[in-house]
Each structure stands twice: as structure tokens, then as C-alpha cells.
Design a protein around this ligand. Structure first.
Ligand code: PGA
Length: 254
């Protein structure tokens, strides 16, 4: 049984007051959500204040990115060890905005995933096709390439600590959500790849999140798909009401 993971990717949003207020509200109401795990990923500069606002509520904390080296002369970067030092459990890796705006490759994502796992963080590894890929009928090929490249060298033991996220690039921040059938098709193929590379028992244990315009009114249908094990939420995660409504919908069908 896979516990749904409902993850908020705050991206480059909030300020210190609104980040603390949002985290406090989610923490205060986390008990409303049974049978799903909550995760918030604020901007790095607000990690400590969000951690403190969460206190001992059942809300996990993650970063939106990290660098693969442990320390040294890498101006502007932060390491997995630093995230662990702050008490984080998760890190999003290979988000499409990092791949397509900031030029990250599968190999970059792979190095980061291995470093995160070595440090004891759970990487949320994102994959997703662009609109042109989908229109050219290349969705499966693109996702398989990202899967192979981003997860190279990850052992059977390590993959069980990885979360995958399918985020069609054309659905992110656009209001154009994938249909539940489109999401399920890719999620089922990702699970098949996990089975082929590892085995079916391991494949069944890995959570695969859907991301891209998830809102309270489409969450139940998306999260009700057999291979959709949670959501990675951008815009709607900035409102506690919407985030918790999605989580409640996910828990109900999870
Ligand atoms: P969105 O973003 O929910 O605003 O579409 C999703 C994401 O990028 O993780």
C-alpha cells in the first residue's frame, strides 16, 4: 500500500511573513488529513522559518533543488548535507523549470539524486514531456529517456527511497491539466520501467506523483488513478485551503 504524498512546491513565491503564515496554517490543520503525507518545499531562504512554523506537526519539509557536491567552491549552491543539517527529509530534483529555464540535464539530475540518497534525503525526481513531444507522439520515448538518465546507477535498495513525479511541461502553471487517462498512461509506463529495471515488488512500492495544474476540483479524479500516488502542486499549494483540500481528496481515494 502506497501512502499518497501531497507535496507543495512553493517555487520562488512568498516572503518571510507569508511563508510563516502559510506553513503555520498547514501545520495547524494537518490533522484534518488522514492517510496522506504532507510535504512543503519553500524557497531555501525560508526553510528555517518554515521548519519552525511547522513545529512537531505531521508536515515534512523539502527543498526545491540542491547541488551534488558535498561542499567547496560552488558559489550560490547548497548541498544535501546542508539540507539534512536543517532537518529536511525531501528534495525536489529535475523540476521542468530547472531543466528548461536553468538548463539542467538528466546527468545533472542523476548526480544530484545519488548525492541526495547518499545523504539520507528522499529525492522527488521529476520527468515530463513538452507539448511538442506529445504532439509528435514522443511522450513515452522522452519519459523513458529521462527515467534512464536521471536514475542511472540507482540501486534496488535506493530506488525504494525515491519518489518520482510526472509533470507534463504543458500542464505546469497553465491551467491545462492532463486528463486522468493521460496521467495514468504515463504513470503505468513508469511503473513498468521500474519493474523491468528492478522487479515488480519494488516497482509497487515506489510512489509516483502527478504534477501540473492540480486543483481541488480535479484532484480526486487524478489521484484516483491506480498508479497516481500523490501530487506535486505549484500554484494551488500557496493557499492552505486549496492544498489541504487536494490532500483530503487524495487521502480519500488513495
Ligand atoms: P502548477 O505547478 O501546479 O502551478 O501547475 C506544478 C509544478 O510545477 O510542480
Amino acid at each position: 500500500m502506497r501512502t499518497p504524498l501531497i507535496a507543495g512546491n512553493w517555487k520562488m513565491n512568498t516572503d518571510s511573513n507569508s511563508a510563516a503564515a502559510l506553513a503555520s496554517e498547514i501545520a495547524k490543520r494537518a490533522g484534518e488529513v488522514q492517510d496522506a503525507e504532507l510535504l512543503v518545499c519553500p524557497p531555501n531562504v525560508y526553510l528555517t522559518l518554515v521548519r519552525d512554523a511547522i513545529g512537531d506537526a505531521s508536515v515534512a519539509l523539502g527543498a526545491q533543488n540542491m547541488y551534488h557536491e558535498a561542499n567547496g567552491a560552488f558559489t550560490g549552491e547548497i548541498s544535501a548535507a546542508m539540507l539534512c543539517d536543517l532537518g529536511l527529509q525531501y528534495v525536489i530534483l529535475g523540476h521542468s523549470e530547472r531543466r528548461h529555464i536553468l538548463g539542467e540535464s538528466d546527468s545533472d539530475v542523476n548526480k544530484k539524486a545519488l548525492a541526495a540518497l547518499a545523504a539520507g534525503l528522499v529525492p522527488v525526481v521529476c520527468v515530463g514531456e513538452q507539448l511538442a513531444d506529445r504532439e509528435a507522439g514522443k511522450t513515452a520515448e522522452v519519459i523513458r529517456g529521462q527515467f534512464d538518465g536521471s536514475l542511472a546507477g540507482i540501486t534496488a535498495e535506493q530506488i525504494q527511497s525515491v519518489v518520482l513525479a510526472y509533470e507534463p511541461v504543458w500542464a505546469i502553471g497553465t491551467g491545462k491539466v492532463a486528463t486522468p487517462e493521460q496521467a495514468e498512461e504515463v504513470h503505468a509506463d513508469l511503473r513498468k520501467q521500474l519493474t523491468e529495471r528492478y522487479n515488480s515488488e519494488i516497482a509497487e512500492s515506489v510512489r509516483i506523483l502527478y504534477g501540473g495544474s492540480v486543483k481541488p476540483d480535479n484532484a480526486a479524479e487524478l489521484l484516483g488513478q491506480p498508479n497516481v500516488d500523490g501530487a506535486l502542486i505549484g500554484g494551488a499549494s500557496l493557499k492552505a485551503d486549496d492544498f489541504l483540500a487536494i490532500a483530503t481528496a487524495g487521502a480519500a481515494v488513495g
